[in-house]
Design a protein around this ligand. Structure first.
Ligand code: B12
Ligand code: SF4
Length: 456
């Protein structure tokens, strides 16, 4: 039995990431690979981050796998659709079973199955994938495997029901980083930023309800690895790869204060000095938490609010107070932790006044970094359900992502390009006082007015 795991992301196609150059290894398939290793199932990972789709195709053609598992998210949809179509046309791969997993499959099941995928795994993938590769011999077997979608003999979509989530995620082996070239990731980081990073996951699921956020994989659960296990993994990473920093991909790193306390204690006991970056929420932070973060090696914390307007934060069901976001950003900075925040413009109902409040919020908080996006509706989210009747343009599913879906907002689409420039330049001006930034900000504000009045 030949099992291959792969994904559809390639930096060569991603002009934006070529500028940022902070790629991370595909943790989802590495977790599955580690699980298969631990259960004696030989498997191979084709990591496409640094290769082209053609190279990926050649490797698959050569290997002729019996099972091909592919991770897919909304951005890699197009590449994965193309891959599936090629496989379906290749006579030498007629026995290859295509199994998809990741956040994209649950809410696009019909489309993926019609495209040619044989089985879709929803939610956590380790046990479902293992069960598939060990017990799927005939089509009938699929009905017994929980957590999958497939087409029945009449071509109708069949769902076998949710698989029970793994209760104790400490049973998961470390992701099989040894199956790919982590060195390559470390090198590109180092050459561009002088420092490098490796990603680590300590929790699965998030109990919050932000309307634009996809919880298609782990749902609203909260499960956490023990601090001891996490520190063990960090020690292992330091020994084998010796990265400069760690990025915790967790949704809300400080969600449990008890966990954080224990984590800080374990880090200290292990004499571990590995600076890390993480994401949190202001309502799960306070002075003590910031102290624990600092003590355990946190050099940067991202604290989201998405907007500076409480009205919009409430509309998003973000459940946080804008003042507390500002306070936690300032407090983290004062304690020597760099800060970042996320901003989203164009949320339904947002007016120019809300955008001005967002600028005020950024100026009051002065985070070291912020990212800014225009809101887009991910299928399966509450935001998607809310704007469904206001969709203006939904491009061909197979050639686009949810980011390309446009919906009716308060202002025309072109307005938001200028609004982004306004927020960026005005905030950066507040930091540096460079006159050119003020000029750019004023120009952007004028264009906001112009597009608001005259653009269609
Ligand atoms: C880290 C991360 C990133 C990183 C790094 C990505 C990377 N290479 O790892 C960066 C910052 C680059 C990033 C970027 C983006 N991200 Co992101 N990201 C995450 C995050 C926080 C963690 C991912 C992770 O490592 N999880 C841990 C692993 C173990 O979980 P997993 O990948 O889901 O894998 C499990 C299952 O999905 C399944 N599975 C996975 N693969 C496979 C394959 C098979 C065959 C099977 C059977 C099962 C299976 O089994 C795995 C183990 O149980 C998730 C949110 C989250 N909490 O998961 C968002 C998330 C994946 N990102 C998301 C989005 C929207 C983006 C961006 C579009 C954001 C943007 N505006 O630019 C970009 C797109 C990047 C791209 N081109 O692909 C969405 C995806 C939504 C969707 N429906 O596709 C998520 C879910 C966030 C959210 N809650 O909305 N992201
Ligand atoms: S945005 Fe963050 S806090 Fe909100 S639901 Fe998503 S992961 Fe949870």
């Amino acid at each position: 039995m030949q099992v291959i795991l792969t994904h559809g992301y390639s930096i060569i196609d991603d002009v934006r990431e070529q500028q940022i150059m902070k790629p991370y290894a595909p943790l989802g398939i590495l977790y599955i690979s580690g699980w298969l290793d631990a259960h004696g199932i030989n498997n191979h990972v084709i990591d496409t981050t640094f290769i082209t789709q053609d190279e990926q195709w050649n490797q698959i053609k050569e290997a002729k796998p019996e099972f091909l598992g592919v991770y897919v998210n909304l951005m890699t949809r197009k590449n994965v659709v193309q891959l599936i179509k090629k496989i379906k046309q290749e006579i030498n791969l007629k026995h290859t079973k295509i199994i998809l997993g990741g956040p994209e499959v649950r809410n696009n099941a019909q489309q993926w199955l019609q495209t040619g995928a044989d089985v879709l795994v929803v939610g956590e993938g380790e046990i479902t994938f293992e069960t598939l590769v060990t017990s799927w011999k005939t089509h009938k077997d699929l009905y017994q495997i929980a957590g999958i979608y497939f087409l029945d003999e009449s071509g109708n979509m069949h769902f076998t029901g949710e698989r029970e989530k793994i209760k104790d995620i400490d049973i998961l082996p470390f992701p099989a980083r040894q199956h790919i070239s982590i060195q390559k990731y470390l090198e590109v980081w180092k050459s561009r930023h002088g420092k490098n990073a490796i990603s680590v996951s300590t929790m699965r699921g998030c109990p919050y309800t932000c309307k634009w956020c996809s919880r298609a994989v782990y749902g609203m659960s909260y499960r956490r690895r023990s601090p001891q296990k996490v520190v063990e993994e960090l020690q292992h990473i330091q020994e084998v790869y010796n990265p400069d920093t760690i990025w915790f991909v967790d949704d809300v790193f400080t969600i449990s204060h008890k966990w954080l306390e224990e984590f800080a204690r374990c880090v200290k006991e292990a004499n571990l000095t590995l600076p890390y970056e993480c994401i949190s929420r202001a309502d799960r932070m306070n002075a003590e938490v910031i102290h624990l973060l600092k003590e355990s090696g946190c050099f940067r914390v991202w604290i989201g609010a998405e907007s500076g307007s409480q009205r919009i934060i409430d509309a998003m069901d973000r459940r946080v107070k804008v003042e507390s976001v500002q306070e936690m950003i300032r407090l983290s900075n004062a304690n020597g932790i760099e800060t970042g925040t996320f901003i989203m413009l164009g949320y339904p109902g947002e007016t120019e006044l809300d955008i001005v409040q967002t600028v005020k919020h950024l100026k009051a908080a002065l985070p070291d970094l912020f990212t800014i996006t225009t809101a887009y509706p991910i299928r399966g989210t509450e935001l998607f359900a809310e704007i469904q009747n206001d969709i203006i343009n939904e491009p061909d599913w197979a050639n686009s992502s949810d980011r390309d879906v446009t919906f009716k907002r308060n202002y025309p689409e072109s307005y938001y390009k200028h609004a982004v420039r306004y927020v960026v330049n005005e905030t950066n001006y507040a930091k540096s006082k460079a006159p050119l930034l003020k000029l750019k900000s004023m120009l952007a504000r004028m264009m906001m007015w112009y597009t608001r009045k005259f653009a269609v």
